[in-house]
Design a protein around this ligand. Structure first.
Ligand code: KG4
Ligand code: ZN
Length: 340
């Protein structure tokens, strides 16, 4: 089954052709990052406009690279939630138009479920159930993936998402948006023991995260040093910050796996590109004789290939939409698409 999939939830306009949820025939990503960089973060209004301009070209480029056309496509898929509402609406309306014109089934896909599905494209034998750490710019969840379309959230962030914390800390240190990747690179050259940062914990919710205190600690540390005329070693601060975030993610993730009896761990989302997170998750899993996997770097960030992967399983579960489909800025990952 060939699915043409579309993604426009944030600042990437993307389209892909995916076969049977597992094979990438083509994948095109047009990023707007250089423009948003000028403002230090995503400007929703600009994002919507750029999606409008790019979507037609991106979708037809994906068909062309797959050496096919709409007559050889079996279904259409689109990210409908969560994300920036104006950005999501561009993809949703484009997909609805294509569905109306061709009569092809329309499959709505949850963005975080798609991030998890990026792993199906890279790991042939991977099947639920498993425990997944989904860490992106907007979300940090520990999710029990019971089947391809049944999920239970057992830990979540109470404030900033992990990616957001990385980006804010990086920005404080003068790095361009999105700072997570720059902070990660600098951290590779730093001493992670140099600066003592708080170890965030949420009382009464053992698997929940909180990252906003960490971000404040970094800002205060930099301001205090400036006032005293002291030099901050940027690489060391990046390494110390990255260690604090990754320790918190890994402690809760491994603790949850132990408590719930999972021996298969999966990472997903933009932050799963983080080199320390990947190393630590692998190490902790190997120590216990568990399996651990994560997507290749090019599938960690936003793309449409992952949307086409998840769409296949949503289709198999009967989760399709009609012309009443609307975008939603927020949507619980546990809830499958509701036809009513
Ligand atoms: O999943 P994603 O592409 O978009 C959302 O759905 O939010 O995630 C983007 C986030 C950004 O905050 C970005 O800084 C972060 O992922 N990120 C990283 C790394 N690469 C991307 N964070 C830490 N280390 C990285 N290597
Ligand atoms: Zn994303």
């Amino acid at each position: 089954m060939k699915i043409l999939s579309i993604e426009s939830s944030c600042d990437e306009t993307a389209a892909a052709v995916i076969e049977d949820g597992r094979k990438i025939i083509s994948s095109v990503v047009a990023t707007q990052v250089d423009e948003h960089k000028l403002y230090g973060g995503v400007v929703p209004e600009i994002a919507s406009r750029r999606h409008c301009e790019s979507i037609n070209g991106v979708v037809f480029e994906a068909l062309e690279r797959a050496d096919t056309d709409l007559s050889n496509i079996d279904a259409l898929a689109v990210t409908y939630a969560p994300g920036l509402i104006g950005a999501l609406l561009v993809g949703v309306n484009f997909a609805k138009g294509l569905s109306l014109a061709t009569g092809l089934p329309l499959i709505p896909v949850h963005h975080l479920r798609a991030h998890i599905a990026a792993n199906y494209l890279a790991h042939d034998g991977l099947e639920p159930p498993f425990l997944c750490l989904v860490v992106s710019g907007g979300h940090s969840h520990i999710v029990e993936v019971k089947s391809y379309t049944e999920m239970k959230v057992i830990g979540r962030t109470r404030d900033d998402a992990a990616g957001e914390a990385f980006d804010k800390a990086a920005r404080t240190m003068g790095m361009p948006y999105p700072g997570g990747i720059h902070l990660d690179k600098a951290a590779e050259f730093g001493n992670e023991q140099r600066y003592i940062l708080p170890q965030p914990k949420v009382s009464g919710a053992e698997f929940d995260f909180s990252f906003s205190g960490l971000k404040t600690a970094v800002i205060n540390l930099i301001h205090n040093a400036n006032q005293k005329g002291e030099e901050i070693n940027k690489n060391d601060l990046c390494a110390s910050f990255r260690k604090a975030v990754v320790d918190s993610l890994i402690n809760n993730f491994i603790g949850a796996a132990e408590k719930l009896g999972y021996d298969k761990l999966v990472l997903a989302g933009g932050v799963s590109a983080n080199s320390l997170l990947r190393r630590r998750a692998l190490e902790e899993a190997e120590k216990r004789g568990w399996v651990c996997c994560y997507p290749p770097i090019e599938l960690c960030g936003d793309n449409a290939a992952m949307v086409g992967a998840q769409a296949y399983y949503e289709y198999m579960a009967g989760n399709t939409a009609d012309m009443t489909l609307n975008a939603a800025a927020t949507k619980n990952i546990e809830l499958s698409f509701d036809k009513t």
